[in-house]
Design a protein around this ligand. Structure first.
Ligand SMILES: *Cc1c(COP(=O)(O)O)cnc(C)c1O
Length: 395
């Protein structure tokens, strides 16, 4: 009999992943996350980060992080309520509330934690959580932790959303409609004006996860609520501090009462240590930079349009994206993976995204253009795409 501690049952599962081509080898960055960087020791153009604004290695953020360490130390020392809470945590929340034009904000250790903590705390037995079928994994997990009933509506399908409400709204106390603001695999924007209208018609609450729109959409990256001018009409707005903001963390913005409740019942807030001073210092600097100037978001959009246009002119299928997320849809899973490998050999790092993350037969590589790329780097990337695309009969 085999020893249970040899983890054979896990080895078997890993072997199965490898046999079906679904095992993911993780590459390693040999330095900071930059537009051009060393990956597994090879210099490549990086089209695979969420570092939309090039903030993750920005001198101003690094300087602010070091200053925060000097003043507050390397770690917060405790969970916030039993006083890992420092002056800079409060300062960041006030700044974010001003930035988002909301009453109050609560910061969590990550966007994932924020969804895991918030959804379960603001819903209860007798409620319904109504979620877009393509919502992020952290929303799905957050909903699983709630005692409320769950239902999914078809992706951005307003008729389906309304059908469910027409049939079932009366059976529940509160209904919380949850959507990603921007969907990460296709780059399409949620139909927020319609969702808000339907929510108001059926007396439902709304919850928008702006992870891929914070720092990207709206004035200076204030997010989808600002983009659609829906201030005051969305109950919970989630943002991440880990993507465009360049550091780590997540937050929920909304009414003062919501934030006060979450300070008492948001489990990751209560039971997991506060973000370290270095992270908070750098984030405060990043938000200030966005409030000072639109140059970063303008550069991001300029680069995104430039790259997307060149790629679709070449004949690549760039899907339905409305944001800097630029999928290059290939189709067959193995071919998308092969495409990514060949691109890496030729000098571009770009992640393959295949089933089950996206529907079968829509395998792709997902290009993330950032403000940090130069036009010269983007031109070189396009050239490499063209060469490899022709070589593989994709073009
Ligand atoms: C990335 C992402 C998160 C997680 O954010 P982290 O700060 O990286 O934990 C949550 N929601 C959505 C929609 C995301 O894309």
């Amino acid at each position: 009999m085999s020893n249970i501690h040899d983890m054979k049952y896990l080895k078997d599962k890993v072997d199965e992943l490898k046999a079906t081509g679904l095992y993911k080898e993780i590459a390693t960055l040999d330095g900071p996350n930059e537009a051009e960087c060393l990956v597994n020791g090879k210099k490549v153009i990086n089209l695979s980060s969420n570092n939309y604004l090039g903030f993750s290695n920005h001198p101003r953020l690094k300087k602010a992080a070091i200053a925060a360490i000097e003043e507050f130390g390397a770690g917060a020392g405790a969970v916030r309520p039993i006083i890992g809470n420092m002056k800079i945590h409060d300062e960041l929340e006030e700044l974010l509330a001003e930035f988002k034009r909301e009453e109050a904000v609560l910061v969590f250790q990550s966007g994932f934690n924020c969804n895991a903590g918030t959804i379960q705390a603001v819903t209860d037995e007798g409620d319904l959580i109504l979620s877009d079928e393509l919502n992020h994994a952290s929303i799905i997990d957050g909903a699983r932790l709630s005692k409320a009933k769950k239902a999914r509506y078809k992706h951005s399908d307003m008729e389906d959303l309304e059908r469910i409400l027409k049939e079932d709204r009366d059976k529940y106390n509160n209904v919380l409609i949850i959507t990603d603001g921007v969907f990460s695999m296709d780059g399409d924007i949620a139909k927020l004006p319609e969702i808000v209208e339907i929510a108001e018609k059926y007396n439902c609450m709304t919850y928008v996860d702006d992870a891929h729109s914070s720092g990207v959409l709206g004035q200076s990256g204030r997010g989808t609520i600002d983009h659609f001018d829906l201030h005051g009409r969305v109950d919970f707005t989630i943002g991440t501090l880990s993507k465009a903001i360049g550091v780590v963390g997540g937050y929920v913005a909304g009414k003062k009462a919501s934030i006060e409740w979450l300070k008492n019942r948001g489990r990751p807030f209560l039971f997991s240590t506060a973000l370290p001073p270095a992270a908070i210092g750098a984030i405060i600097e990043a938000i200030k930079m966005l409030m000072e100037s639109e140059e970063y978001t303008d550069k991001l959009w300029d680069n995104a349009r430039y790259f997307k246009e060149k790629m679709s002119t070449l004949g690549f299928n760039t899907g339905e994206s409305e944001t800097p997320i630029t999928p290059i849809i290939i189709g067959e899973e193995a071919k998308a993976i092969e495409f990514s490998k060949k691109l890496f050999e030729a000098g571009v790092f770009v992640s393959p995204i295949v089933f089950p993350t996206v529907p079968k037969g829509t395998g792709r590589v997902r290009c993330m253009v950032t403000a940090g790329h130069t036009k010269e780097q983007l031109d070189r990337a396009v050239e490499i795409f063209e060469t490899v695309g022709k070589e593989m009969n994709i073009l």
